[in-house]
Design a protein around this ligand. Structure first.
Ligand SMILES: *[C@@H]1O[C@H](CO)[C@@H](O)[C@H](O)[C@H]1NC(C)=O
Ligand SMILES: *[C@@H]1O[C@H](CO)[C@@H](O)[C@H](O)[C@H]1NC(C)=O
Ligand SMILES: *[C@@H]1O[C@H](CO)[C@@H](O)[C@H](O)[C@H]1NC(C)=O
Ligand SMILES: *[C@@H]1O[C@H](CO)[C@@H](O)[C@H](O)[C@H]1NC(C)=O
Ligand SMILES: [Zn+2]
Length: 449
């Protein structure tokens, strides 16, 4: 912008100024105006191109995307009838992920809390199936299960997560089978308590908690996730549960899609004292873009979103921050950030706030990879430990929709019967009325979804 500086001081035209004084002053002002405009524009353009440069070098790994929800809701998981390049009624598709410089995405297999104690496990399997199909049937995507696979992928790397502990139906064997299917992260709760961990939400009233919000079985779940090498995700957990997990976990944990409580006082966000515990744990908070969590209103913009990044950086440092925008998991995103193609807008804003390339490289992907690698390291250090055989006690779960494993007719002394008899109340066979109620609830759930 060398020319502009000269224009602002038209000194070489001094003699002409005497004659054309009025006109020159007016001219100078016009030039000044144009130059200011140009340099502002230049700043914006250079920030845009710097953001794109940095994102090309460090493609984003986002911690939470709910595309599988509209795939079920609007398309019944029928991928053969869809092009992943352009998906109607969704904020995510391959075209927009590419435009947004997304190099890795954690896709959530989420099922409604109303499926808890009903068909949550089947529905979760179906959501895992649709994510696996999406990521293996499209040449632009790649299903990964390791930090190395994610870090080295030249495609859109897909990692599968489960959103809500209700998906494992209080069963460690079910958790392990999900791991075998490629699941590498699980949020302990969604908007409902599980029998062993507590949610930040008051939407549902099932399973009021005891024992500092992480029961003995809850601790067993966290330990087993540590042993398997699965990321423990505390987004949606209550603060008490989060603190108990931060105390218990031997591996770093993540908040896959939560923002800063100091900027927006929503219980889904993370308060400073927990941020400090998270830093001590070596974990990561991946900032959520949903307007209600960013601005505590439906009216948010990139500026207030960037305030969350600045705040968390100030409290625990940029190396503890990632991005988990929550696209397709919520309705209402900040102006200019409506879908997955818009991430560069945030990076521009952070550049204008003097975030360095190193800090941004971390936020975009390196911080997540570091935590994932550490979780794998903790797993490798525990290779000698056998799978946990801890079971939740039947008094802690809702037995209504659990089959009693007793053959029809006269009950025989099966292993399970002995186990139940020893508790003193396990001999009632599943009554027809109960079975009918369960069947109707099942039908309602399937219809609602
Ligand atoms: C990519 O793969 C190489 C060789 O297998 C490995 O050394 C490197 O750490 C990997 N990169 C990432 C980011 O994981
Ligand atoms: C609650 O904590 C106590 C003491 O640590 C323990 O004996 C009990 O088994 C725990 N209950 C559950 C449900 O975890
Ligand atoms: C963003 O929103 C805040 C209020 O939430 C407002 O003060 C600010 O001016 C807005 N910034 C931009 C760039 O629109
Ligand atoms: C960024 O750095 C420049 C130059 O050091 C400074 O003038 C400006 O105030 C800083 N901006 C912010 C938002 O910190
Ligand atoms: Zn969520």
């Amino acid at each position: 912008m060398q020319d502009c500086e000269n224009m602002q001081q038209p000194g070489d035209a001094h003699h002409r100024m005497l004659i054309y004084k009025e006109a020159s002053i007016r001219g100078a002002w016009i030039w000044w105006f144009i130059c200011t405009l140009l340099s502002l524009l230049h700043g914006v353009i250079s920030e845009t191109s710097r953001a794109l440069d940095i994102m090309t070098k460090y493609p984003l790994i986002d911690g939470h995307n709910d595309l599988a929800v509209p795939l079920r809701r609007h398309h019944k998981n029928k991928l053969s009838k869809l092009s992943m390049l352009d998906i109607p009624n969704a904020a995510t598709d391959i075209r927009r992920l590419t435009a947004g410089h997304v190099g890795g995405q954690v896709f959530a297999a989420y099922v409604l809390c109303t499926a808890q104690d009903k068909d949550a496990v089947r529905l979760t399997l179906e959501q895992i199936d649709v994510i696996r199909r999406m990521c293996t049937e499209n040449p632009q995507m790649e299903l990964v299960t390791t930090a190395e696979g994610m870090g080295n992928s030249t495609k859109i790397a897909c990692l599968i997560s489960i959103e809500g502990g209700h998906s494992i139906d209080s069963s460690l064997p079910a958790l392990r089978m999900f791991y075998l299917l490629g699941v590498r992260s699980m949020a302990l709760t969604h908007n409902c308590n599980t029998p062993w961990a507590e949610t930040s939400s008051s939407l549902y009233s099932d399973y009021q908690q005891r024992n500092d919000s992480l029961t003995d079985f809850g601790k067993a779940v966290v330990s087993e996730m540590n042993r398997l090498g699965m990321l423990v995700d505390l987004s949606h957990s209550s603060w008490e549960t989060a603190k108990a997990v931060l105390k218990h976990s031997t591996a770093p944990v993540i908040f896959s899609h939560s923002s800063a409580y100091a900027i927006c006082e929503n219980t889904r966000n993370v308060p400073d004292d927990i941020l400090l515990l998270l830093k001590k744990n070596g974990g990561l908070i991946m900032v959520n873009f949903y307007s209600s969590f960013v601005a505590c209103s439906s009216d948010a913009n990139v500026s207030i979103l960037a305030d969350h990044f600045d705040h968390i950086k100030q409290v625990i440092g940029a190396e503890s921050i990632g991005i988990g925008a929550d696209y397709d998991g919520a309705h209402g995103f900040p102006k200019g950030l409506e879908d997955v193609s818009k991430y560069p807008v945030l990076i521009e804003e952070l550049i204008s706030r003097n975030w360095t390339e190193e800090e941004l490289a971390g936020v975009l992907r390196l911080n997540f990879l570091k935590v994932f690698r550490k979780v794998e390291k903790v797993r490798d250090d525990m290779l000698h430990i056998l799978p946990s055989e801890v079971e939740i006690s039947l008094s802690e779960v809702n037995e209504n929709c659990r089959a009693k494993l007793v053959p029809p007719g006269k009950p025989s002394l099966s292993v399970l019967e002995v186990h139940q008899s020893s508790r003193g109340n396990g001999n009632t066979p599943l009554r027809p009325v109960k079975a009918l109620i369960c069947f109707i609830l099942l039908l309602i759930t399937v219809t609602l979804n």
